[in-house]
Design a protein around this ligand. Sequence first.
Ligand SMILES: [Zn+2]
Length: 343
Amino acid sequence: MKYWWLSPYIPFFENIDEKVLRSKQGKKQIDHFFKDCSFSIAIPSHYLDYYQKIKNYPIEQLSDCGLQLSFAYQIYQGKVDPSYFKKILLNQQLVTLLKQMQKIPNTYLPSSDYNIEETLEEITHLKELDTSMEKVKNNNVAACYTCRNIFYTDAIYQRNKQKKCLCPYCNHDTLYFDNDYIPMDTNFLYFAYLYYQDEIPFNKLLPLLKEKIHFTNKEKNAFTFEPEEPIGTIDFLKQQVYLPKSWYQRMPSGKEEDYLRIVLLHLLNEADENRTAILRLKFDLSQDKEVIPIIAMTLYSSILYYFLQNYFTNIQKIEMVVSQETQPLYESILQTLLKFKKS
Ligand SMILES: [Zn+2]
């Protein structure tokens, strides 16, 4: 399922009442819910218009795109108007929507074998691609690097004045297609998003990695990522997060990238909330060199994404606890990224 990261909230929202809503723990969970949504769902500018069109549709009849926009509407309204949020929680409207979203199959594709140089090089040329309606006819799958959705081309039906087709989720013309032969994994989409967004220039964001990331081989109070069985729900209070076994298959997919990304974003957020200056992350994955570039790229794109949203963070330092053998690999990927300049 595509919205697996929302599932831990369902039992909490199902059992919610006025008392839970008023409690400290309840408020904290709700804050985390909004934060998780902001990490994973881009709120499109046209969501209000779109919502007006679909609001009377039965929820079971909405496509993924409709569900995501309806969800975007509810979380955005809920954020600006707590009484609205309270209402949709108490009448279970939000839970119904979340449950329906759990039925959407995932659209994750295998992680690409592009290294960091190839990824960055490919990203610089994205704007030169043809995104006319012709492309929709000749392709099956499209990806959007503004909202980071991957979807079948039959969901596309709008275009702008420049005749470029528009993403059905966010209404931007930032699409590419399967026949462009460009990676469609989440790391690629996150790097492309970071490169083209205009809130903080990419060249200003990159030095933060240099400033904050340090490597060490000593583990002292590190937050450990261990190769183990997958966990059903993410328990952030535990001092360990287990990566799914699929990380050890030859081809991890966007799902593994996303899993690690969400765990990391959540951890960074927790650390920030608790005014933690130094966050230590231990990666116990010394055996498999093939997956390290994917882990490193997920790590760096997630940290950049977090700093984009939280530029004035309390986190001064992120200590990466890695083995002596793997440290050069993590470092060389970081160095390549740091040398890159957006022209
Ligand atoms: Zn989009």
